[in-house]
Ligand binder design. Structure first.
Ligand code: HEM
Length: 383
């Protein structure tokens, strides 16, 4: 994908794709343009303004889960929903989780030590770590966590119409949440789900559909992306042994290394959809009301006009204003958490296994073909 983005940035940075139904979608690839799309209030999230009454309307319960996500709504609803959860994700609040994240990492590393032969770093480390963290934060019982993997994968894959179990899995997910909410109502705890249920019952800040959507969003948004941050950064380090050595020699580079991992192999390839609210001119192109606009975060983060030697992976890069977490009002709520998890996970892994390297005699790791996200299917290593 990267050579393709480079070509687009040079030859046609606001690229039009025409569809049979007369609709046009745009792929925006330059750093400055991407930020502009994400910032401009005339690029909105709510597509029901243009398209309504689809035949899928009967699946309203399923659709309402997606329609009411803070990620997919505009102000003023967005502002209200974001305000409700923001305090739980501030850097200061998140910093308190550091000892527990470190403990979870240690437990996983210990289990890895006991294993023989090559290890899939994703399955045994990059995946369980963020799941355990987000589940504990939300208050999902540990024995139920595995179920979330399947549902979450389905929902992520559904963006690309890859999942044929979509309806079944989302229904199961909603049923499970209904059960969990009932259980939590009877035994409220200190967790975020209990607090959001309370907010819903008080009836002012969010309604029932929004409550479901919020939990689904927090689970999905915190799953796949952070897994990809850890795995993609490790992969980049394996691909650049000099950088790996540099980091092992001096862990004061861990923060800039994580930022560089986010920039170089951005876990979210494209921002989620924006729609042109009205006809408008955008750097010489004419967008029509209802056109789909996709901003490529991956491409922006490799833009040579913004980043010095953009194609190099440099863990000491200081000026690194990447847009891997998006930009503007939908800027990733979980960024402080993801950064902290990435930092702890990678540092602890390299301290525990200083000789860790890609497994020999296996096929090279491959990025999966999921449109919005960039992640490896497996990352086989030897310790
Ligand atoms: C939004 C990336 C981890 C929760 C976003 C957006 C991006 C992003 C690009 C904006 C999408 C858009 O504008 O269309 C990432 C990356 C992560 C990560 C790269 C890991 C490396 C997390 C975690 C959580 C989280 C751990 C929380 C548990 C959210 C939420 C939103 C969001 C709730 C919606 C915010 C809003 O609409 O105001 N994320 N994310 N993310 N992210 Fe993350």
């Amino acid at each position: 994908a990267y050579p393709f983005y480079e070509k687009l940035r040079q030859q046609d940075p606001i690229f039009a794709m025409s569809h049979e139904n007369g609709q046009t979608s745009w792929i925006v690839t330059k750093y400055d343009h991407v930020k502009e799309v994400l910032k401009k209030s005339s690029f909105i999230k709510d597509q029901s303004k243009f398209f309504s009454g689809s035949s899928d309307e009967e699946q309203s319960k399923i659709l309402s889960v997606f329609r009411n996500m803070m990620l997919d709504v505009d102000p003023p609803d967005h502002t209200r929903l974001r305000k409700l959860v923001q305090p739980y994700f501030n850097p200061k609040t998140i910093k308190n989780l550091e000892p527990r994240i470190a403990e979870i990492a240690d437990e996983l590393l210990l289990k890895m030590k006991e294993k023989k032969g090559p290890i899939d770093l994703i399955n045994d480390y990059a995946f369980p770590l963020p799941i355990i963290v987000i589940s504990e934060l939300l208050g999902v019982p540990s024995e139920d966590r595995d179920k979330f993997r399947k549902w979450s994968n389905t929902i992520v894959a559904a963006v690309d119409n890859l999942a044929n179990t979509f309806e079944e899995d989302v229904t199961a997910f909603i049923e499970y949440l209904t059960y969990l909410f009932e259980e939590r109502k009877d035994n409220p705890g200190d967790d975020l789900i209990s607090k959001l249920i309370q907010a819903e019952e008080e009836g002012e800040q969010l309604n029932k559909d929004e409550l479901y959507s919020m939990i689904v969003l927090l689970i999905i948004a915190g799953h796949e992306t952070t897994v990809n941050l850890i795995a993609n950064t490790m992969f980049a380090l394996f691909e650049h042994p000099d950088q790996l050595e540099k980091l092992k020699e001096d862990f004061s580079f861990i923060e800039t290394a994580v930022e560089e991992g986010l920039r170089y192999y951005s876990p979210v390839d494209f921002s989620t959809a924006r729609w042109a609210e009205e006809d408008l001119e955008f750097h010489g192109k004419t967008f029509r009301r209802g056109d789909l606009v996709l901003a490529s975060l991956s491409s922006a983060n490799r833009d040579e006009e913004k980043f010095n030697k953009a194609g190099d992976f440099d863990i000491t890069r200081e000026n690194n204003p990447h847009v891997a977490f998006g930009f503007g009002i939908h800027f990733c709520l979980g960024a402080p958490l993801a950064r902290l998890e990435g930092k702890i996970a990678i540092e602890k892994l390299l301290i525990a296994f200083p000789d860790i390297h890609l497994a020999e005699n296996t096929s090279p790791p491959q990025f999966r073909q999921v449109f919005l996200l960039r992640g490896l299917g497996v990352l086989e290593v030897e310790l």
